[in-house]
Design a binder for this molecule. Structure first.
Ligand SMILES: *Cc1c(COP(=O)(O)O)cnc(C)c1O
Length: 455
């Protein structure tokens, strides 16, 4: 019998002290952000939106960047996070595959998002910023940033996508508990919000709208900046602590993954678990890396690789990414955190380079996977996380058919204890699948006709 532990733990001393920057190892450099005229934008163009210390990280090609001691001190409240061997799930599937999941649900806000929220709040504070604005979809990012701002001592305001604001009352109470101001978006507080409300008073909102509102307020004040929970290069880098820890943990039990799986909304938890392994892959190691997304918001699988804005009002520069179009209003599926129209440039780029695979999954399959997970491993996953679980189950079943003992590493990006309404809807048969209609996608992509092409 195996003596391998159920949870593989690291001591605090074993927590990584540096983030990994994949830009150092890319065989082809990442195309730069550009303006509408196609000209690359520089650090100064971003200075009203982000603090310069984070802009430097965004553009850095250094392989390793030190994690400041104060940030490590806060991360140690829950890190290193445990890596679990999902023996009970394996048994239920009757698979020879060995399934490991990195539990990022142990953070105070319940997901991987505090890994970058703490870092962003801290660097803003260092730079003399007093106030951060941001957007949130399902509320996980807003609550992560609210907590982080409180812990480092700055103020926080969150524009929350209307549909989630109405569906998830407890997330806004969490934000309030951590001292942040949370308002539904679109709102009457900003010019862009007022414009959209006058045209579409009943809109469920979108992350792209909420981002425009948050940026509009940030650039109006000298002591205020904006924080983005995913997509940007520095966010991907802050999340690599997940994969760096997981690699050490697997080493402790003498394993290396055959497959690494993460769900992808803006791409940050997927990048976090996978980039340290993509580094190995670039240097010759054989490992499959799979990003999974909802069929209703299929950015990586059906969105073209284009220059597109990160927000609806095009206040951000154009980023090279897979996109469904910045005006895309995703259907109201419950995996709120996966409803973004774009995909991180770095994740889009490694997809272009053929270093990763992508799959889109129907929502009901994901909820079924989430229930099987809860029935075997106990933990109730976030609806976003259930996409990674469903993909893992597909791979484990394939391993069974092929009679292969493959090692699967999955990022368990967060718990679903604030998302129980979705579970309730699923269990009462109220959730159905929704593959995105092609004409809806084409209509949204029409808005990109005057964008410069990615060289
Ligand atoms: C926000 C979120 C996601 C999706 O965001 P990424 O940037 O793609 O990681 C996935 N899972 C959970 C639990 C989330 O909170």
């Amino acid at each position: 019998m195996s003596t391998e532990p159920t949870k593989i733990l690291l001591t605090e001393d074993e927590m990584p002290r540096q983030w990994y920057n994949i830009q150092a190892d890319l065989p082809v450099p990442l195309p730069p952000p550009v303006g509408m005229n196609g000209v690359p934008i520089g650090p100064d163009d971003l200075a009203r939106v982000f603090p310069m210390n984070l802009i430097e990280q965004e553009m850095s090609t250094e392989r390793w960047i030190d994690i400041p001691d104060e940030i490590q001190g806060i991360l140690k409240l829950w890190r290193p996070s445990p890596l679990y061997r999902a023996r009970r799930l394996e048994a239920a599937l009757g698979t020879p595959a060995k399934i490991y999941y990195k539990n990022e649900g142990v953070s105070p806000a319940g997901s991987h998002k505090p890994n970058t929220a703490v870092a962003q709040a801290w660097y803003n504070k260092q730079f003399g910023i007093k106030y951060l604005t941001t957007e949130t979809g399902a509320g996980q990012w807003g609550s992560a940033l609210a907590m982080s701002c409180k812990l480092v001592g700055i103020e926080c305001k969150v524009f929350m996508v209307r549909i989630s604001f109405d569906q998830k009352p407890f997330r806004k109470i969490m934000m309030k508990t951590w001292g942040a101001d949370c308002i539904p978006s679109p709102s009457m507080e900003t010019a862009v919000g007022r414009k959209i409300l006058s045209e579409m008073p009943d809109t469920p909102g979108s992350l792209a709208i909420a981002i425009s509102e948050a940026i509009e307020q940030a650039v109006e004040r000298e002591d205020t900046r904006y924080a983005l929970g995913s997509v940007l290069n520095h966010v991907m880098m802050h999340q690599t602590i997940i994969g760096l820890e997981a690699k050490k943990q697997l080493e402790k039990v003498g394993r290396y993954p055959d497959v690494v799986i993460g769900c992808a909304g803006g791409g940050s938890n997927f990048a976090g678990i996978s980039f340290p392994f993509i580094c190995d892959k670039i240097h010759g190691k054989e490992v499959r890396i799979i990003a999974t997304e909802p069929e209703a918001c299929p950015t990586l699988t059906r969105g073209p690789y284009v220059y597109d804005a990160g927000d609806v009002a095009k206040m951000t520069p154009l980023l090279p990414m897979h996109s469904l179009g910045h005006g895309f209003i995703p259907p109201a599926i419950h995996a709120g955190g996966l409803r973004y129209h774009g995909m991180a440039p770095l994740v889009s780029h490694v997809r272009q380079l053929g270093l990763i695979e992508a799959n889109s999954l129907p929502q009901t399959e994901c909820y079924e996977a989430a229930l099987l997970f809860a029935h075997t491993e106990g933990f109730i996953p976030a609806p976003e996380t259930s996409h990674a679980i469903a993909e893992t189950i597909r791979e484990a079943k394939k391993a069974k058919e092929e009679g292969k003992e493959k090692v699967i590493l999955m990022n368990w990006s967060g718990h679903g204890l604030m998302d129980l309404q979705g579970y309730d809807a699923f269990m009462s048969g109220k959730i159905s699948d929704y593959p995105l209609p092609e004409e809806m996608l084409q209509r949204s992509l029409d808005a990109l006709k005057d964008h410069p092409p990615v060289a």
